[in-house]
Structure formats: C-alpha cells, structure tokens
Design a protein around this ligand. Structure first.
Ligand SMILES: [Fe+2]
Ligand SMILES: [Fe+2]
Length: 454
C-alpha cells in the first residue's frame, strides 16, 4: 500500500504591510471586502511557520493568487516564506493567477490610495521558477504550466489559465494540446495524474454556475469532460475563496472531482491536508489557519474572519437602502436611472427592517416559530456565508429550508420562464432544484470528504 500526503493552500494574497494598509480610504475599501488585508502578512507567516515545522506532510501545493494584487514587494515577501519552507526540507508546487500580475496595484495610508510597483505576468516564471518549474518533468512556459512527479506513480498537472492576459480564464488551444500530450504520456507511463488550477471547474454551489466566467472557468464543462475522459479525475482549485467538493460524471462514466479550498486569509480561512492511498483513494482533512499575531479585539480567530465576511454582506445590504448608486456600481450596473435607484432603495429599506416571518407572510408561506422574529438580513447573510464556508446546513426539514423554499415556491411562475431561458452548460436549469441544493448540501462533505478516483 502506498500513501502520499500533502498540504494544499490557496489564495494566500500576501500583502507586504510596509506598502501601507491604513487610513480612511483603507477602512472604506475594507467595508466591501471579504479578505483580510492588513493582517495577511502575519497570517501567511503563521501558516508557513506551521508548514515549516509540521511532520504531517513534506509537500505543499499552492493554487494561485499568491499576492494581494500583484505588488512586487508582496511577491518578494512571499518568496522569502517559500525559501524558508524549502530550507525546512519541504517540496513546493505553486501556480500563479490573476491577482499575481497587475500594472496598477494599490495600497493605502493616511493620504489615501497609493500606487506601489506592480508585477508583469512575464516576470512570474522567473520569480517562481524554484517552486514548481525547476522540479518539473514537463514545462509549458508560455502558459506557466508544468507537470511534476509528486510520488511514485503520482503526477501533478499544474495549470495556469490567464495566458491571454485579458482575464478570460481558460486554457488556450495550444495549452490544451500540451495538456493532451501530458495525459497521453501519463497513461503510457502508468502514472496517475491529478491537477491544480486556480479557477473552479465545477461551481462550488449550484447557484454559482449561473454567475459566469469569474466564478467558474470559461468552457469548464468541456474542460472537465476532456480531463476526466483523459484520466484526470481530480483538480484542486481556489479563487472563489470557498470550501467545496463536487463531482460530475461524464457521458463515458468517468468522474471528475473539483476540490475548491477557502482562502488562507478570509472566511472560511482554511488549509487542506490531503492523503492519497494507492494513487486512488483520496481523503481530505480541513485544518484552520494557525493562530497569528494580531489584536483580534477579544474575538476568536473564526469570529474575527467571520466579522469581516459579515461586514461585507452588511455593507451590500445597507448600501442597497442608503447608497443604491454605489450598490449597483459594485454589482457592475452603471448609470442606473433615478426610478431604479428609488426602487432599489425602497426594497433595501424593506429588506433591512423585515423579519423572516414578515417576508413569509408577504409570500403567503408558513414560517416556523423558531425563526419568525429573526431579521431577514440575518438569514440572508447566513445563506451567503454558508455558500462559502461549505456544508450549507439548510437541508430539507429545517425551518430555514421551509421558509426559503416556501418563498421561492411562490416565484414558480417566474422560475418556469427562467427554466426555459436560462442554460447552464448548454442545458436548461431547474431553478427550484438549483436553489434547494445551494442552501443545503446533499453531496460530498465540503471539508472532509473521502472518495476514489476510479
Ligand atoms: Fe483570490
Ligand atoms: Fe483568483
């Protein structure tokens, strides 16, 4: 029996604190932010201290978004941590992603927004050469991708997918040809191939599947079928900063698992310890990020991360009422008419004051006593947060399920139109099923799943 263990972390978003992360403009920016910012250097330092010292595994995979937003100083600081990790005898395999190159990153101090030096995508190969490329058995330099031998019989296909520099987030045609050469070679050599790619290939929760290219990689349905049918049944992803384990089965009967891991520096802040036995049985164990040196104002680490996440959701909900223009701009809707702004503001005022019971009454659907006095925004906030922390708890039979699905049930006429017009992977969606499986998790455990590849 062979057993191989490794750590998987992602979205480390290291920010060199000396660049500046303070002041009024910083505080305003953070109101809309899920990620910690000023804290990230200390969080990364603590996580790497743990990885340096642990004897649970000697290999660390990092799935991209290494720096906060491509600041050169942040990369240099992060690379110092990688150097130290390597000096502790660990093997490291990283990929880069969209937040690792940027001509206009930012920082903040009391004077407002600052513009530190950025990093060009062409610089990333040399910067991270020692942390994947140098140890690879095949390299696609143009696409910052490589294959590495993780253990006897087990290879890693490390795939970057922002090669067009337009953030279209997909593999280029030439990269797909290269991938196919690697899968063929692995089959010929009798090797199992697993992948790491930054952008999710399966939606973390079904609703994410409707949200487009920033959430799930463009043409992911085609890619996942291709990979699974070529013998790549597992991919570790990040980017969405959520915990999720999902599987799809291709028409040929091949399984494809996407294991998406939360960011190191924002709720749900987590790391995974992965065990692969006989190059087939995969066991995932989720660990919290270690304690880090920061004044958390009396909160636990989890509460501290959650407070930042909830502040972001609260800001969206209250700005809907108080600043509908900014709310719509944050959602990417520019120059809304006054009538729309008034409507959004009124809807925001209602939602920010209504209880769950009141909303249920409006939709003529029953509401359990235990949640009828809960503020609707509190329920909305937990619905969103659960989609990110994984293992969403509002499954069939819970009061929240009954209330939420009851309200959605009253929207069936609208959904029947959407079912005919909205398509996911070219197939019509069932909106009720999609919402039901978003508010409650029925499949694999998002934190600690175990499954076989074949
Ligand atoms: Fe990220
Ligand atoms: Fe990302």
């Amino acid at each position: 029996m062979s057993e191989f263990k490794f750590f998987l972390i992602t979205d480390t978003h290291y920010f060199a604190e000396k660049l500046g992360c303070r002041g009024e403009a910083y505080n305003d920016f953070m109101r809309y932010e899920q990620k910690c910012f000023a804290e990230t250097q200390k969080i990364n330092e603590a996580a790497f201290r743990f990885l340096n010292d642990t004897d649970l595994a000697d290999t660390v995979l990092i799935a991209g978004d290494l720096s906060f937003n491509g600041e050169k100083e942040s990369h240099l600081g992060f690379i110092e941590l990688l150097k130290d990790l390597k000096a502790h005898g660990k093997r490291i395999f990283v990929i880069t992603a969209g937040h690792d190159w940027n001509d206009h990153p930012f920082a903040f101090d009391e004077t407002g927004r600052l513009e530190p030096e950025g990093t060009k995508r062409e610089e990333l190969f040399d910067l991270y050469y020692e942390y994947g490329f140098s140890d690879a058995i095949a390299v696609d330099k143009e696409n910052l991708s490589y294959v590495a031998q993780l253990a006897p019989g087990l290879r890693l296909l490390a795939l970057n997918n922002d090669g067009d520099c337009k953030k279209n987030h997909t593999y280029t045609a030439r990269q797909i040809e290269w991938i196919l050469r690697q899968t063929k070679k692995a089959r010929e050599d009798g090797e199992t191939l697993i992948a790491m790619s930054h952008y999710p290939l399966l939606p973390g929760v079904p609703l994410f599947g409707l949200l487009g290219g920033e959430v799930v990689m463009k043409n992911a349905d085609f890619i996942t079928t291709l990979l699974a049918d070529e013998g790549v049944h597992l991919c570790f992803t990040g980017h969405m900063h959520n915990q999720a384990v999902n599987v799809k089965v291709t028409e040929k009967g091949n399984r494809f698992y996407d294991v998406c891991t939360g960011s190191l520096i924002g709720c749900p802040a987590s790391m995974r310890l992965v065990t692969i036995t006989d190059n087939d049985l995969v066991q995932l164990q989720t660990l919290p990020v270690p304690d880090f040196d920061w004044d958390m104002e009396g909160l636990s680490k989890d509460e501290y991360f959650k407070r930042q996440f909830d502040m972001m959701i609260n800001t969206y909900l209250t700005s809907m009422r108080d600043d509908p223009d900014r709310f719509l701009r944050k959602l990417g809707v520019r120059d809304a008419a006054d009538g729309v702004l008034n409507l959004v503001s009124k809807l925001g005022a209602y939602l920010n004051s209504a209880t769950v019971g009141k909303v249920c009454r409006l939709f003529h659907t029953p509401c359990d006593e235990s949640i009828k006095d809960m503020l609707f925004v509190d329920l909305a906030r937990s619905l969103v947060r659960n989609a990110f922390t994984g293992n969403a708890p509002y499954v069939y039979g819970t009061p929240e399920y009954e209330a939420v699905m009851g309200v959605f049930g009253r929207m069936r006429p609208l959904f029947s139109v959407l079912n005919k017009t909205v398509k996911m992977n070219g197939k019509p969606v069932d909106m009720m099923e999609l919402l039901e499986k978003t508010i409650g998790k029925y499949g694999l455990n998002d934190d600690n799943a175990a499954f076989r590849l074949k």
